[in-house]
Design a binder for this molecule. Structure first.
Ligand SMILES: N[C@@H](CCC(=O)N[C@@H](CS)C(=O)NCC(=O)O)C(=O)O
Length: 209
């Protein structure tokens, strides 16, 4: 049985997982999911219903993006304690503020989205400070933390590009642009048709011609 990855192109959690797999020598079959109508097999192996989900050839199921990263990057990139702290801050604080800024209609109460947008910027300030020390978040070279956090900063930036670009975060702007144009990032972003049972397998990382 091959490894099977249930994924969704724009999902930041799925993007971090795909980047980690693309950096490794692992291969899988990728299945693009429609979140409103998730495949029965995906829900069978992971009833919580979030993407990404990776079913490994030996039957092990990884249903958290950070577990998929750790599996893919084993022996290639290891996060430091401070990387893990920053990733936790990203997942538990920044993402919460980002969602409240991006989707104000999803919440029952009325609120000023700017409160959450500005709270999210304090995390971006932390990233900017790290980027004054080196080109990437933990070092000169691309590391675990960059892969884990980049898709969320991209999602935040895309809500209102003009406003994001007006922030005084020159190193962060440069870091984001550099990664968005990188071969690694662009290689994991091609558009795929939604997977339906019986479709021919699509191998990921995608083969370049
Ligand atoms: N903690 C999970 C979060 C994954 C997640 O929330 N993915 C979103 C898409 S970006 C999702 O599947 N949402 C559907 C839902 O919550 O029902 C991970 O790191 O993999």
């Amino acid at each position: 049985m091959p490894n099977i990855l249930y994924s969704f192109r724009r999902c930041p959690y799925a993007i971090r997982a795909r980047m980690a797999i693309a950096l490794s020598t692992n291969k899988c079959q990728v299945r693009e999911v429609e979140l409103r109508d998730r495949p029965a097999h995906m829900l069978e192996i992971s009833p919580k219903g979030t993407v990404p989900v990776l079913l490994l050839a030996d039957g092990i199921i990884l249903e958290e993006s950070l577990d998929i990263m750790a599996w893919a990057l084993d022996g290639i990139l290891t996060p430091s304690e401070s990387d893990l702290d920053l990733i936790t801050k990203n997942d538990e604080e920044f993402k919460v503020n980002l969602d409240r800024y991006k989707y104000p209609n999803r919440y029952d109460e009325d609120y000023d989205y700017k409160v959450y947008r500005d709270a999210a910027v304090s995390f971006l300030d932390t990233l900017e400070q790290r980027l004054t020390l080196h080109k990437n978040l933990s070092d000169e070279a691309v590391g675990y933390c960059d892969l884990a956090i980049l898709p969320f900063v991209r999602q935040f930036a895309n809500i209102d590009r003009e406003w994001f670009n007006s922030l005084r975060l020159p190193r962060l702007h440069e870091w984001l642009e550099g990664h968005l144009q990188s071969q690694l990032f662009t290689s994991v972003m091609p558009k795929l048709k939604r997977w339906l049972n019986g479709d021919p397998p699509i191998i990921f990382p995608f083969e370049t011609v």
